[in-house]
Design a protein. Structure first.
Length: 496
């Protein structure tokens, strides 16, 4: 039976992905053209062979490997699949559920898994849009064929759209790190770091023999833009439920931040400019992934102003994930906030830093949030202690930098989430409601993020930043709740 199911998965996935792969060359970046399109590109381009079947095989292999682990190592009953469970999933049609998994599982784990599907295609010659279709296909085949429960609405959205945000960012970062002209320890270090950031891309380099192939940059990697700043840093932080810098529970870990491209330049392809900030906690006192913040352009236009001033406008994609907890006997969450699938218009005004000492940049971004999550003070069901919903977000980003000496920033973000299918835990247990997103009501979370970074040398910097979270949860069945949390980090970073 299992072999029959696997053949069904492979056949369905192959048909889906091959159909998608036919149009993969359309919209391909010049530095990643496929063999058939190489004539239109100059000698500095990287010719990437389009491999839709290998991409499909990687997606199916990931699903099969994960299912085997869940079924035979974890011995989880939800993965005891059969022809009956698959038929039941299809008979249920598109009446998908809202599941009750943990915050980290639904709002980071699934997007990260979608990033693996996405990069299975992206590293095999597909563009952003087709790679997103692969993430969707991987999610659908997993939900319908690999679990003995109905497909989950939130899983499919977060895996597909959240996966495309993480996937494109990690793809471009890894391409920026790699340099096929290098040898020895530096080459090994670059390959290992790129593999850690983009495992599927690294696997493809191993399969192609690119991991050890030496060639000039003109015929090797063409993925690094002129504006590319990747920093890896160690930090110490404090988390305080209230207002106050450097107070509360201490923790430490590493940051990985990237500024890719220039938001003041025109972009014809997704993510020709993006910003990413992330932090990992290494001492076990906080969730492993505490923050992941991505803003990427999909398409933008430029209008030149007087002197060095420029204005860009366009459509952007947003991914934000914040997860922290109050240490102690209950280990309860302090902050749970995410907008996983969000798109909207934005405008950026600033000076061209290439031609003046000062760089000033102000951005205003708005987003329609398709799926997000926020901490609940009441909802406790299964592994859920948060509400899911849809809504909108507004964000202001301000940056003032002087040469390669000091960089001052202020980000202000407001995310509003509405639970449009809600109820109480008591109603859920009494079967008065079913398949709900959480409490009835809506939540507004403001995030204030001031930062200052001082460069002590060309590659080393010292930075201090704070995150101030202000949450207002308006419940229909309970009293309203106001909550404040301050998260402060002092870090020392190396810029690659």
């Amino acid at each position: 039976m299992i072999s029959t199911i696997r053949r069904i998965i492979i056949t369905a996935a192959d048909l889906f992905f091959v159909a998608c792969g036919v149009s993969a060359a359309e919209g391909m970046d010049c530095c990643e053209m496929t063999v058939g399109d190489s004539a239109a590109c100059d000698s500095s381009c990287v010719v990437v062979k389009k491999r839709p079947l290998r991409a499909a095989a990687l997606v199916v292999g990931m699903n099969t490997g994960l299912w085997l682990y869940d079924r035979y190592v974890r011995k989880d009953d939800w993965f005891k699949i059969s022809g009956k469970t698959i038929k039941n999933n299809f008979d249920n049609g598109f009446n998908w559920d809202w599941d009750y998994d943990r915050f980290v599982t639904n709002l980071f784990g699934h997007p990260y898994n979608g990033n693996l599907y996405y990069n299975a295609a992206r590293s095999n010659g597909m563009n952003y849009w087709v790679s997103t279709a692969y993430a969707l296909g991987g999610s659908l085949t997993w939900e319908y064929f690999s679990e003995a429960q109905h497909p989950s609405t939130n899983d499919i959205i977060s895996t597909t759209i959240g996966g495309s945000a993480i996937g494109e960012a990690t793809h471009r970062i890894s391409e920026g790190i790699l340099d096929d002209s290098k040898r020895g320890a530096e080459r090994v270090g670059r390959e290992v770091l790129a593999l850690l950031i983009n495992p599927i891309g690294g696997l493809n380099r191993l399969l192609n023999g690119d991991s050890w192939r030496v060639r000039s940059p003109r015929n090797g990697n063409g993925g690094r833009p002129s504006a590319f700043d990747l920093s890896v840093g160690a930090y110490g932080g404090t988390l305080y439920e209230g207002t106050g810098l450097m107070r509360g529970d201490a923790y430490f870990g590493i940051n990985l931040n990237c500024s890719y491209g220039n938001f003041l330049d025109r972009s014809k392809k997704p993510y020709e400019a993006f910003r990413m900030k992330s932090s990992l906690c290494l001492d076990g006192s906080q969730p492993l992934v505490g923050k992941l913040d991505i803003i990427g352009d999909l398409v933008t236009g430029v209008r030149k102003g007087k002197g060095d001033w420029r204005t860009t406008y366009g459509i952007y994609q947003y991914f934000d994930y914040f997860n922290s907890k109050k240490t102690g006997a209950d280990d309860r969450p302090s902050v749970e906030l995410a907008q996983i699938a969000s798109f909207g218009p934005g405008i950026v005004v600033g000076t061209d830093g290439d031609r003046c000492s000062w760089r000033i940049e102000e951005g205003i971004f708005t987003g329609a949030v398709i799926l997000g999550g926020c901490k609940s003070d009441h909802f406790r069901y299964g592994d859920r202690d948060y509400n899911m919903g849809s809504g909108f977000s507004v964000r202001s980003t301000t940056r003032v930098a002087y040469r390669h000496a000091v960089d001052i920033g202020l980000d202000v973000m407001d995310i509003n989430l509405y639970t449009w299918k809600g109820g109480t835990v008591e109603e859920l247990r009494d079967k008065k409601v079913e398949n709900i997103q959480g409490d009835r009501g809506h939540a507004s979370m403001m995030v204030l993020n001031p930062s200052i970074e001082v460069f002590v040398s060309h590659r080393l910097s010292l930075s201090l930043e704070a995150y101030y979270f202000l949450r207002r949860s308006s419940y229909k069945d309970y009293d309203h709740v106001w909550a404040r949390v301050t998260d402060t980090q002092l870090s020392f970073a190396y810029h690659l």
